[in-house]
Structures are given as structure tokens and as C-alpha cells.
Write a protein that binds this ligand. Structure first.
Ligand code: PEP
Ligand code: MN
Length: 339
């Protein structure tokens, strides 16, 4: 249910309503609007009619059901686009366009430092790099683990770029949280509900990738798992879905951007690297993402793609990334956003 408070309702009235929601066995989530506050009351769908009784409480204007199965992710609860702060002074969503870039995996100190310097020089404002890698084959490189996290922290210290890195196993949430500014949930873990619930208890941005066979509704339900635990900092990422097509690694569902934006207030970014699997296809998909209204990109860049431990064929060379970034500017402006 959405409890719409009156314009000018007092703090006391708001806290009384929250208290009553809890007494009824639901969780209140307050969304502070420009003119009024609304409270999303979420919990067991079966008995929710009881929340209608809040209508008569002082300060309450209206009580309306949330029609979508995802509640806190929905635009019904939060009609304005959300801006998610990654670190103080750096936000994604709203009118900002954010570019995250770096190698698929952290491989060595020299590799991550060189990557970080290069992507920063080209205009990226977040460094990516995997320390725990979810690989299709158990015989493939699995990542440098904590050593890789330490190297990411070193690169952040040296360049000032915040870092995003993947957490694969719920067991490692605390460890990855200690070293990173944003935590990535990979496509293969989009429905790892135990992991999502743990991440929901952190006060850290979560980059939630769409699964390769996840419908938009299932995807938003996964976001809801994080939001329902109290973490409001969720960023969605379309990274290609599996289709019959083999010319590309996946099929970039570019329409997911406007579809998601019609249903959720959460920021939506595109990963053109995993979507296409080929470096020469990355730049056009970056431009398409900006034109479609995405809030940003996450792009794989490697100083020497032929030597990459993972995803070399889809990784841009630093100079190609810089050329893409220069051309991207115009698309971002046409979409009404800025870096
Ligand atoms: C990655 O970002 O390197 C990755 C493994 O992505 P995805 O989960 O989208 O395959
Ligand atoms: Mn990768």
C-alpha cells in the first residue's frame, strides 16, 4: 500500500503512521518528496486490506494499493527518477550520465593501475574490475580474490576513482564491502535471493545486472529483494539476454531501457561489452544506450586485450575507449543528460 501524507503533515504524524504500520505487521519505507511524504507499506500481500484503516489517522491524505508485484521499485511509490549517490559528489540517475570502465578481471598491480589511469583520462568516473569471477568453466581463471580487492583499493587511492566489483558468494559480502564503493551482482546471481537479502542490509550502492534469461518483471522483483531489506541504492544494468542469435555473445535488449524507465524510478545503465562480446560492436551500443535514455555505461577496457585473463575479445583498448568517450558526448547531450 502507498500511504500518501498530507502536505504539511507533521513529523509526529508521520512517525505515528509508521508505528501503526509496524503494529499491523508491515514494514514502512518513507519516500521524502518535494511537497509531501509518502510511505510504502510492504509485507504479506494477503492481509494488506487492514492497511486501509490508516486512512483515518491524522496527517494521512490517502491510502492506495500498489498494483505492481514489485512495490518499492515501482514508479507508483516513487514517481520521480531516483539518484543514487556512489560516493559524496558522484551520483547516477536523474540528469547525470555515468561511465564506469576497467578490465573484466584484476590481473596484476601494473594492469589495474594502467587501466585506472587510462579510463580516468578518458572521462570515466568509476573503475570496474572483477576480483571474484563467476566463470562458466571451473577451469577458467576465477579471479585474484582478496589480493585483487587490495589492488582495486590501491588503484582508487592512486586515481581517486571509486571502484565497483562483483560479489559472487554470500560468504564474501563483508569482505567485498570492505574494499569497494559499489558492489556488483552478476547476471548469474540475479536470483540468488540469499545474496540479494544480505546486500539489502548494507548502505552501499548495488549494481544489479539482469540475468541472461530474466524477464523485466523478474528482474524488478530481484531489485525488490534488495530494496525491501532497506537498501535504496540499487542501479539496474541491462547486459544482454540469450536469444537464438550467435553473431553476438548475447542480444542487447536496448528496449529494456525505456521499458524499465516506464516501470521503475531506479537508474538503468547498459553493459555493451557482455551484451555484444566483440570490441568492435561496443562503441555503437554505447551511443545507442545514451540515445535510448540510459543513465550510464559499464565498459570493459584492458591495456592489452590479447593478453587478458578473461573477456579479452570484448575489451576496448584505452585509445578506442577514449575515442568512444569523445563521440559519446553528443549522444548524452541529445538525451538531455550531462557527464
Ligand atoms: C562481468 O561484469 O565481468 C560479468 C561477469 O558480467 P555478467 O554477470 O553480466 O556476465
Ligand atoms: Mn567480463
Amino acid at each position: 500500500m502507498i500511504i500518501v501524507m498530507q502536505t504539511g503533515a507533521s513529523k509526529q504524524e508521520l512517525s505515528e503512521v509508521k508505528k501503526r504500520i509496524r503494529e499491523l505487521g508491515y514494514k514502512p519505507h518513507v519516500i521524502h518528496g518535494a511537497t509531501r511524504n509518502v510511505i510504502g507499506a510492504v509485507g504479506d500481500e494477503r492481509g494488506k486490506a487492514v492497511l486501509q484503516t490508516l486512512q483515518s489517522m491524522p496527517g494521512v491524505e490517502n491510502v492506495v494499493p500498489i498494483l505492481k508485484p514489485f512495490k518499492l521499485a515501482s514508479k507508483e511509490v516513487h514517481p520521480e527518477p531516483s539518484e543514487v549517490e556512489i560516493v559524496p559528489g558522484l551520483k547516477v540517475g536523474g540528469s547525470r550520465f555515468l561511465v564506469m570502465a576497467g578490465p573484466c578481471s584484476v590481473e596484476s598491480e601494473a594492469q589495474i593501475l594502467e587501466s585506472a589511469r587510462a579510463v580516468k583520462a578518458a572521462g570515466a568516473t568509476v573503475l570496474r574490475g572483477g576480483a571474484f569471477k563467476p566463470r562458466t568453466s571451473p577451469y577458467s581463471f576465477q579471479g585474484m580474490e582478496e589480493e585483487g580487492l587490495k589492488l582495486l583499493a590501491l588503484a582508487r587511492e592512486e586515481t581517486g576513482l571509486p571502484v565497483v566489483t562483483e560479489v559472487v558468494n554470500p560468504r564474501d559480502v563483508e569482505l567485498v564491502a570492505r574494499y569497494s564503493d559499489m558492489m556488483q551482482v552478476g547476471a548469474r546471481n540475479v536470483q540468488n535471493f540469499a545474496l540479494l537479502k544480505m546486500l539489502g542490509q548494507l548502505d552501499k550502492p548495488i549494481l544489479l545486472k539482469r540475468g541472461m534469461a530474466t524477464t523485466i518483471q523478474e528482474y524488478l522483483m530481484s531489485a525488490e529483494y534488495i530494496l525491501s531489506e532497506g537498501n535504496t541504492k540499487v542501479i539496474l544494468c541491462e547486459r544482454g539476454i540469450r536469444t537464438f542469435e550467435t553473431a553476438t555473445r548475447n542480444t542487447l535488449d536496448i528496449s529494456a531501457v525505456p521499458v524499465l524507465k516506464s516501470q521503475t524510478h531506479l537508474p538503468v545503465i547498459i553493459d555493451p561489452s557482455h551484451a555484444t562480446g566483440h570490441a568492435h560492436l561496443v562503441a555503437p551500443m554505447c551511443y545507442a544506450a545514451a540515445a535510448a535514455g540510459a543513465d550510464g555505461l559499464i565498459v570493459e577496457v584492458h591495456p592489452c586485450p590479447e593478453e587478458a585473463a578473461s573477456d579479452g575479445p570484448q575489451s576496448l583498448r584505452p585509445e578506442d575507449f577514449a575515442a568512444m568517450m569523445a563521440k559519446l558526448q553528443a549522444f548524452v547531450e541529445v538525451a538531455g543528460k550531462q557527464f
